[in-house]
Design a protein around this ligand. Structure first.
Ligand code: FO1
Length: 310
């Protein structure tokens, strides 16, 4: 059985970490968002891919990004030199960006470098960038357009937003294997990631949405909104700012026509009927990925919900 996961960063990484304890990692493909990527001091940084690789490799930092017990000597020295230091790159993490950037400069694709990084970290899940091409997420704000990390980290997500756009969506091509992984899997999961800036950039590629629509997989989404709040990150505030209902139902509505089943948390049981009225099956279960056991339990619950014995 093949399982494909549409993935953002931290929420997806935790879900995948649980999933790889339930089904063989080799049977899992993660299709990762690259909209958060940035050029940092001349290096290519791919936060969502790295969060997935570090978490699956068991070395993620306490917030779910970066590497555990990392130091910031390089960043501090950079700061002393007057370089930009608002993006918190650790010393061990820096090695990933150096390696990736060098390989990209030599002509490797992002997918190839990602496969090398996965192998080096002992990650057996197939981790694919959704595209090898630049495909940035741009946040439209009252102060003008901001690249995602500029908005999220530099401006601490404190600037009022008016929209989100993906200017390269019509020119970026899906990376090799992406469409096949969506088309040929038995279970297609939308990870509990931010629907507007983690999953939407994947779906912004027309071929990806088309493949999701046509996939014969059981298509299931896990809500990143629980009890009207985001488990992590700016999803709730962004949904409110852009006029979406801040609830699991609001997320399900964004996925109308693309999923067969929506998994929401037990605290949102009252929303099951509303989600079903969208023509989407819905179940309420424990979706809290607390600790390694919690991640595994959520993955197991999701697979059971789609009828897979795990
Ligand atoms: N998030 C922060 O809130 N502050 C940071 O300084 C920061 C640095 C950083 C460095 C490398 C990396 O891979 C991720 C990093 N993140 C940081 C996380 C990242 O901005 C977001 O969590 C994701 O882009 C959202 O999925």
């Amino acid at each position: 059985m093949q399982v494909t996961v549409l993935a953002g960063g931290i929420g997806a990484a935790r879900f995948l970490a649980g999933l790889q304890r339930v089904v063989p990692p080799e049977s899992i493909t993660a299709i990762c968002n690259v909209g958060d990527d940035l050029e940092w001091s001349g290096l290519t940084v791919c936060p969502d891919i790295d969060s997935v690789l570090y978490t699956l490799g068991g070395i993620e930092g306490p917030e779910g990004w970066g590497i555990r017990d990392d130091t910031r000597n390089a960043l501090e020295s950079l700061h002393l030199l007057g370089g930009e230091s608002w993006f918190g790159v650790g010393d061990k993490d820096l090695a990933t960006h150096l390696f990736r950037s060098e390989r990209l400069r030599e002509g490797s694709t992002l997918a190839e470098v990602t496969a090398s990084l996965a192998q080096a970290r002992g990650v057996n899940v197939r981790v694919l960038p959704v595209t090898n091409d630049p495909h940035p997420t741009i946040v439209e704000t009252a102060e003008g357009d901001l690249a995602f990390q500029e908005y999220f980290v530099h401006r601490r997500a404190a600037v009022p937003i008016t929209g989100v756009k993906f200017p390269a969506a019509l020119t970026a091509r899906p990376a090799p294997g992406v469409i096949e992984a969506i088309r040929d899997c038995e279970v297609l999961c939308f990870a509990p990631s931010n629907p507007l800036v983690s999953i939407a950039p994947l779906l912004a590629l027309p071929e990806v949405t088309e493949a999701v629509r046509r996939s014969r997989a059981r298509r299931v989404a896990v809500s990143p909104i629980v009890g009207g709040a985001a488990i992590k990150g700016p999803a709730a505030a962004m949904m409110a700012a852009l006029g979406h209902e801040v609830s699991a139902f609001g997320v399900a509505r964004l996925y109308e026509g693309l999923i067969d089943l929506f998994v929401l948390d037990s605290v949102d049981t009252a929303l099951v009927t509303a989600v079903c009225s969208l023509g989407i099956d819905a179940i309420a279960t424990d979706t809290m990925m607390t600790g390694e056991d919690g991640r595994e339990r959520v993955a197991r619950n999701v697979l059971q919900a789609v009828g897979v014995r795990a």
